[in-house]
Design a protein around this ligand. Sequence first.
Ligand code: NAD
Length: 496
Amino acid sequence: MVLDQNKINKLREIDIKPCGLLIDGKIKPSQSAETLDIFSPIDGTQLTTIASASHEDAALAVAAARRAFDDGRWCNMPPAARKQILFRWAELIEAEALELAVMGVRDNGTEISMALKAECGSAAATIRYYAEAIDKLYGQIAPTAPAFLGLVHNEPIGVVAAIIPWNFPLMIAAWKLGPALAAGNSVVLKPSEMASLSLLRLGELGLQAGLPDGVLNVVTGKGSDVGEALSHSMDVDVMVFTGSGATGRRLLEASARSNLKRCYLELGGKSANVVFADTKDLANAAKVSAAGIFRNSGQVCVAGSRLLVEKSVHDDFVAELAKCAADMKIGDPLDIDTQSGAVNNATQLAQNLAFVETAQSEGGTLYSGGKQLHEQTGGYYMEPTIITDVKKQHTVAQKEVFGPVLAVSTFKDEAEAIELANSTDFGLSGGLWTADISRAHKMTRAMRTGVVHVNTYGGADISVPMGGVKQSGNGHDKSLHAFDKYIDLKTAWIKL
Ligand code: NAD
């Protein structure tokens, strides 16, 4: 889609009405009538209010999802009919992509050029990908002795609670909703209180596309209220989560304290982007690496937030990367030329700046950036920031910043590169730049992460799985492997 600045300027002026909850096919206020004020990170002004769902609302949403599952209105619908509804949903998302993208950007601050592609485009493509799979998933016949027949059926599991973060809400929600709904489950979706608006609209479009009432419910509000209620529910069968490690731990505890619901966690990262001196085009590597950490103000779970660069090319490479960073246009996320928009909220901005202070106090060198930008707008912006001389034990090398802060270290050989790359508790993603194909394969095997980007960074499409190892989580979004979280295998053992 060609971005039209005039259209965007009109859309950004539209008043957003106070938002309710989507439960059992109807938009309604919270039982407590409580609301949360929603502020835009673009300029700090209030955008609207959302319903602050309570424990009672969570229970109503789960009960609606349970009824929809138990009476089979969705899971027993012929696969071809379910497929058509999901196709229609994808079409509606595409038809409204610009409106959805602008509303999402006003809510969470992602630059519009990225939001349109990574949010709306990706959400529609994801829903369509799983819709296409609906009537192509076969059960199995086991290789048994002739006196028996062993059938393995694919069964939907039941009620799925999906808890979503504020970065890329549409894309990440679609990664859960696509396979969960295609498999026949019912869903209660809980957006982040920092990015709920586009997901509420996504739910409405789902209804419009023909999803039966109760199959998709959207409950907005605080993690500490409605999120806790979902995680402790005795009637949620599967909980899928993307967000921070701290929340992930609480969800595992809640599962253990309630009904042992399955719990799949996509958590944070501290991904190493490893650059060898033999890289064919170091200037291109620097450009892609800069985008890999600084786009969306670094609020990308797979961001290449640690740069490990071979000693002999360190100075030139960092200088080139800093030049690319300095050339990036940072600012109003609804300007189509902006390459990195706003930090999502004031707390996150303060944390980012504090990381820069700590990095220096521990011995790192502030090479460039490090300051807040455009303070006069009332919004939250930060310079792309490069810290050099980082040692593996430094806080900025160990903790996820989730902001535009790059920690740079050097290595002398492959062994040290592997040792440094694997020296955090995380294992979400990584990058690798080299012209040596053997080294690329060896390093890919040696890096303990769910994804390794080789001679590129980011952009892995829906056809490949995405998930972390170590404290970056478990289970996979994307690709047909995502169905594993939403499908139960049921065996029929038949004596002939
Ligand atoms: P967060 O953990 O603060 O919040 C995520 C969601 O959990 C929100 O909807 C929030 O309301 C809810 N929540 C908070 N407390 C809860 C509780 N006690 N019980 C139930 N729900 C609760 O994370 P965030 O700040 O929104 O997102 C940023 C984090 O997400 C970063 O760590 C980032 O790396 C991670 N992330 C990971 C991936 C991935 O695919 N691995 C993708 C995007 C973001």
